[in-house]
Design a protein around this ligand. Structure first.
Ligand code: CO
Length: 201
């Protein structure tokens, strides 16, 4: 409990510091949001969108789940996508994976039974599709990291082909898709440079 009290205390200090630097900070923040960026990332505690990009409250709309999936049947993720594109009019969507992702490892090696077993099914499908290539890689670490990158591509393709993005294209609304990957070993984000046209193939 004392640990949680210290979190509340740190929050109070943060709020005081914000007002100290800028008396109107929370007046502006409460007036509304217009972020340019939707971030779809992994729930992993080591990959917090704002902290690793230096973005402030109000600058990034965030959806996170295990292994950064944008599965077409996931009402949660697709609602976030719709709101971001149609209401907030974000100009960029990033799907950000990370090397060593536990969700990818679980799909490759087995995972606990229960909801997570259903959740990992799209990744297991990717493992089946990539079986031949995976067999050529040196070890499990390489296989996991290859799948972490490929998974970003698959999720971006799901987004590119979604009804929400089709609607944006039909309206001429410019939304650029980006596939990034985060390295826990050095803290750097890397652009995987996927081309939107290729994602629609
Ligand atoms: Co992860």
């Amino acid at each position: 409990m004392s640990e949680l009290n210290s979190i509340l205390q740190r929050n109070a200090e943060w709020a005081r510091a914000k007002v100290g630097n800028d008396p109107d900070y929370f007046t502006r923040l409460s007036a509304g949001q217009s972020p340019d960026l939707l971030w779809i990332g992994c729930s992993d505690s080591r990959v917090p969108a704002s902290a690793i990009t230096g973005l402030e409250p109000g600058q990034v709309f965030v959806h996170r789940n295990i292994a950064n999936l944008a599965y077409p049947a996931d009402l949660n993720c697709m609602s976030v996508l719709q709101y971001a594109v149609e209401a907030l009019k974000v100009r960029h969507i990033v799907v950000c994976g990370h090397y060593g992702c536990g969700g990818i490892k679980a799909a490759l090696k087995g995972a606990p039974q229960g909801p997570i077993d259903y959740w990992r099914e799209p990744i297991r499908q990717l493992v089946r599709e990539e079986r031949d290539h995976l067999a050529t890689l040196a070890d499990d670490e390489e296989r996991v990291n290859y799948l972490c990158e490929e998974n970003v591509r698959v999720q971006l393709r799901n987004i590119a082909r979604s009804p929400v993005m089709r609607g944006a294209r039909e309206r001429g609304q410019a939304v650029t898709l980006h596939g990034w990957i985060f390295s826990l070993s050095d803290g750097h984000l890397r652009d995987l440079k996927y081309d939107t046209a290729d994602l629609l193939d």
